[in-house]
Design a protein around this ligand. Structure first.
Ligand code: C2E
Ligand code: MG
Ligand code: MG
Ligand code: MG
Length: 287
């Protein structure tokens, strides 16, 4: 009974009552606290960029890396995006955070290029809030110039929901980014609600098959057919395709047999800090 008890807080001087239970109260305090901490996280240099390898199974090489943000919180430890991205989006902090991510990824791409590493395609995730900044393309251009990064080395990942809110505006924005020489990918493909009519109009280079479909392979007949269909459709539309969330040998074999040699997932490698990622790259390439 105590857990479900409603606490009634009376605002003195006002005729209003707030009903809440201890769990809600706790959640709200956590969120307010995190929001507060997030505001200083950038200045305090608390963000980290992890990198997860992408492989070409035909050539047996690492072809790229997805940059994934982490927050080294001063008291809560290492936080995953699921624990703070929504707050960052709601507060608008995502735009500054996203610029930090892009700047860091561009510097890293340039470092790899200049230090004898293979030229990797570095993927960064974009929030719809960034995409809707009117001067977003100009900001990206400035970051490319500042870091001396070749735009061909960068891929921007967008989701269906972030472009479908205002598809016509998104098409123009994406075209401008492609004009800069950047690569564009549709992330988590198949989980959103983009119509096929728009898919053909979005200026894209590749589709990332959502790991929700990959996880059912090879046992779930629906996931098998959906994955095969996405691979075929991508080919027909002239797009590359990459499968995310590959965790088992059976999934890897299936993807190879179905002409999807580009893969990313725990089976090949987890997201890691750049030092560890580089050690693995050096081991793989002997440089
Ligand atoms: P995403 O872009 O779809 O990234 C892939 C997520 O799947 C990552 O989670 C990655 O660690 C995880 N993953 C990769 N391979 C496997 C696998 O084999 N099995 C399983 N179970 N998971 C796998 P993470 O790093 O927690 O990121 C979650 C989401 O947060 C990302 O999904 C992306 O939407 C968002 N995110 C991450 N970094 C950024 C960023 O810098 N900016 C923005 N706006 N969003 C980001
Ligand atoms: Mg992604
Ligand atoms: Mg994804
Ligand atoms: Mg996702």
């Amino acid at each position: 009974y105590a857990d479900n008890a409603l606490y009634i807080a009376k605002d003195t001087g006002r005729n209003s009552f707030h009903f809440f239970n201890p769990a809600m109260d706790q959640q709200m305090h956590e969120r307010i606290q995190l929001e507060h901490d997030l505001r200083s996280a950038l200045e305090n240099d608390e963000f980290l960029l992890y990198y997860q390898p992408q492989y070409d199974l035909n050539k047996n090489i690492v072809t790229g890396a997805e940059a994934l943000i982490r927050w080294q919180h001063p008291t809560r430890g290492l936080l995953l995006p699921g624990q703070f991205i929504t707050i960052a989006e709601d507060t608008g902090l995502i735009c500054q955070m996203g610029e930090w991510v892009l700047r860091t990824a561009c510097s890293q791409a340039r470092f790899w290029h200049e230090n004898g590493y293979p030229d990797l395609l570095v993927s960064v995730n974009l929030s719809s809030r960034q995409l809707s900044l009117p001067d977003f393309t100009a900001r990206v251009k400035a970051i490319l110039a500042e870091t001396g990064c070749n735009p061909a080395r960068i891929e921007m990942e967008i989701t269906e929901s972030s472009v479908m809110a205002q598809p016509e505006t998104a098409i123009a924005q994406l075209a401008a980014l492609q004009e800069l020489g950047l690569n564009l990918a549709m992330d988590d493909f198949g989980t959103g609600y983009s119509s096929l009519g728009y898919l053909k109009r979005f200026p894209l280079n590749r589709l990332k098959i959502d790991r929700g479909f990959i996880s059912g392979i090879p046992d779930d007949g629906n996931d098998v057919v959906i994955t095969q269909t996405i691979i075929l459709m991508a080919r027909q539309l002239g797009l590359s395709v990459v499968a995310e969330g590959v965790e088992t040998e059976a999934q890897k074999t299936f993807l190879l047999e179905n002409d999807c040699a580009n893969v990313q997932g725990f089976l090949m490698g987890r997201p890691e800090v750049v030092e560890t990622f580089n050690q693995h790259l050096q081991a793989a390439f002997g440089n």
